[in-house]
Design a protein around this ligand. Structure first.
Ligand SMILES: [Zn+2]
Length: 263
């Protein structure tokens, strides 16, 4: 990989790390706020109305953290476009990450976290109510039990884990790092492809700023591939590489311009 490109990518990845740190602290703040609210007697004292108010508070808290995430994602698209010498692509890159008629990763995270947290609390409530009914407990006693159960739900880290569409469980920090790094990589590569296609180029090299630590990427590292089906010879395409598993979450394979066809 050309030194200049490697330097730019390393710089992009350092900026991405700082974005991840800001996302993590927004997520931490959301979690801490929600735990504090779950423990707030205001929400455990009353009936259905106070629970609804708590659920609304949970959704709004995760929503705020999601807006921080989304701002960082836009920033990463801008940095990636700049690093790939295609600053004009920022908007387009952001729209790929955050489609107008689809859900962006931050919104998906907020929805998923809200559902998981509310469902955990609801389960605690149902379980407690069932137990109380069986034992014919006094109302005062039920409230104490309910509060204790909710406290447990608030402290249980499982209730604050993000589960992605593939069903993978992420701890908050690993998810923030994966999301920002993968976004940076994807935005950078799209910006490179966009610039090269506009130049009428047909080939691109798959390369890594360091030594790839995964078997798939090791195989493809330093290979020249075709941008589209155009071009000569039995040269695989970017799509073939993607299909083989390159550009997976957390992948550090980047694309770089090459001079002419591979020999
Ligand atoms: Zn890999």
């Amino acid at each position: 990989m050309a030194n200049e490109a490697r330097k730019r990518i390393r710089k992009l990845l350092r900026k991405t790390e700082r974005s991840a740190a800001r996302i993590m602290s927004a997520q931490d703040a959301a979690r801490e706020h929600i735990v504090a609210e779950i423990l707030n007697p205001r929400y455990t004292r009353g009936g259905g109305a106070s629970r609804t108010a708590l659920y609304r508070e949970i959704v709004s808290t995760y929503g705020k953290a999601a807006r921080v995430m989304d701002g960082e994602m836009y920033g990463i698209c801008r940095e990636a476009a700049e690093a790939a010498s295609n600053k004009a692509a920022t908007r387009t890159l952001y729209e790929i990450i955050s489609p107008a008629n689809g859900e962006n990763p931050a919104a998906a995270w907020a929805r998923n976290m809200s559902e998981a947290t509310i469902s955990a609390l609801r389960n605690e409530f149902i379980e407690t109510a069932r137990e109380a009914a069986q034992k014919g407990m006094a109302k005062r006693y039920i409230q104490g039990l309910l509060r204790r159960r909710w406290n447990e739900a608030a402290m249980d880290a499982q209730n604050f884990q993000f589960v992605d569409r593939a069903g993978r469980h992420w701890n908050q920090d690993a998810y923030a790092r994966m999301l920002t790094r993968t976004t940076a990589q994807r935005a950078y590569n799209e910006a490179v492809l966009d610039r090269l296609a506009a130049d009428g180029q047909m080939y691109v090299r798959i390369t890594s700023p360091g030594v790839p630590d995964c078997a798939i990427c090791k195989q493809w590292n330093n290979l020249v591939v075709r941008i589209t089906e155009d071009g000569e010879g039995p040269v695989p395409t970017v799509a073939d590489a993607t299909e083989a598993g390159v550009f997976h979450p957390n992948c550090l394979c980047f694309l770089e311009a090459v001079d002419g066809a591979p020999r």
